[in-house]
Design a protein around this ligand. Structure first.
Ligand code: NDP
Length: 312
């Protein structure tokens, strides 16, 4: 059985950046892409905030370029899903991974970059208009709605932060919170209530997103009175949380209560030797392509140092 120096799981900015660094360090990485090659950025249109693209770049193009850059230095990219892992618990131990197709892979180090998946409401009209005005990332897409009226759903810290971010760009932000209170911290709630162009609606849910090709409006419903109201908007932001893709590591790696992998201090080390985590799978706070890429780089450097230590 072939024993890889480095197995990378996940193909977003974190995974590909880890691959670029690991390949250049001669670790001959093999990267498994998972079910959504390219990760969350492939669901975005224009990426305007990744340094080095003065004209912006569309998400899928950027991910193809990252893959090409990783392959240029010898990364082997396999379009398949890792379904199960058996992680070694001792230093120098061999980690095992199993693909959906039944292949068994052995590796001295594993870099986990499986990302997180934004939660959506699940309404048919919302799903149909994803990419046509429905977005799960205000920082990524808010700028496209400059000077326009938008809405945001959610009452947590993300929704509160994104609502105030959008309020600086857009003319009006209608914020829909399904309960009679917000879950966000008091400080974030104050920022929302002190922003004059945020129209905060409690006990309010989306009945339907209106529009054929692009978002044109919203029908919302007060869940106490059952009254409905239609408003005109061009952008709808869903901020009801993310789910880290960590199911296959449950019981083996330390996670927080929401399932995010826990890394040690400023490193990408997990609780197991030779297993590193980078990108959104270990970050519920920043969640940007550039921060994911940064931690991907760190994970490759941490893996390289670990291999040097066990081989010396
Ligand atoms: P949360 O899980 O904290 O909040 C999700 C929000 O979405 C809740 O208000 C919830 O409502 C609402 N919601 C969930 N499902 C639906 C639905 N189907 N329809 C309508 N509303 C729905 O997620 P966040 O992403 O906000 O935050 C995740 C974590 O990250 C938290 O621990 C947060 O504190 C942290 N964070 C910290 C930041 C910071 O410190 N700067 C910034 C961003 C996040 P309900 O309350 O009714 O369940």
């Amino acid at each position: 059985m072939e024993v890889l120096k480095t197995l990378i799981i996940g193909s977003g900015p974190a995974g590909y950046t880890a691959a670029i660094y690991a390949a250049r360090a001669d670790l001959k990485p093999v990267l498994y892409t998972g079910m959504e090659p390219g990760g969350q950025l492939t669901t975005t249109t224009e990426v305007d905030n990744f340094p080095g693209y003065p004209e912006g770049v569309d998400g899928p193009t950027m991910m193809v370029q990252l893959q090409q850059q990783a392959e240029r230095f010898g990364t082997e990219v396999r379009i398949e899903m890792i379904e199960r892992v058996e992680l070694a618990t001792s230093t120098g131990g061999i980690h095992k991974a199993f693909t959906a197709g039944g292949t068994e892979i052995h590796a001295q180090t594993i870099i986990i970059s499986t990302g997180a998946t934004a939660k959506y409401l699940g309404l048919p009209s919302e799903q149909r208009l994803r990419g046509g005005g429905v977005s799960a990332c205000a920082v990524c897409d808010g700028f496209f709605y400059k000077g326009q009226d938008v809405a945001i759903v959610g009452g947590g810290d993300t929704a509160a932060e994104e609502a105030t971010y959008l309020a600086k760009i857009c003319s009006k932000v209608t914020m829909l919170v399904r309960k009679d209170k917000m879950r966000a911290s008091k400080a974030m709630q104050h920022r929302v209530t002190n922003t004059s162009n945020i129209d905060l609606r409690y006990n309010t849910e989306i009945d339907e997103v209106l529009g054929n090709q692009v978002v044109e409006g919203l029908r919302m419903k007060n869940n106490q009175t059952q009254e409905t109201e239609e408003i005109a908007i061009t952008g709808l932001f869903i901020a009801i949380g993310h789910k880290p893709n960590t199911e296959i590591f449950k019981g083996q790696l330390d996670m927080d209560e929401a399932g995010y992998l826990i890394t040690q201090g400023k490193t990408t080390k997990t609780n197991l030797p030779g297993v590193f985590a980078s990108g959104d799978v270990q970050d519920k706070e920043y969640r940007q392509a550039v921060t994911a890429a940064g931690t991907g780089c760190m994970a490759a450097l941490d893996a390289e140092r670990y291999l040097q230590e066990i081989e010396s």
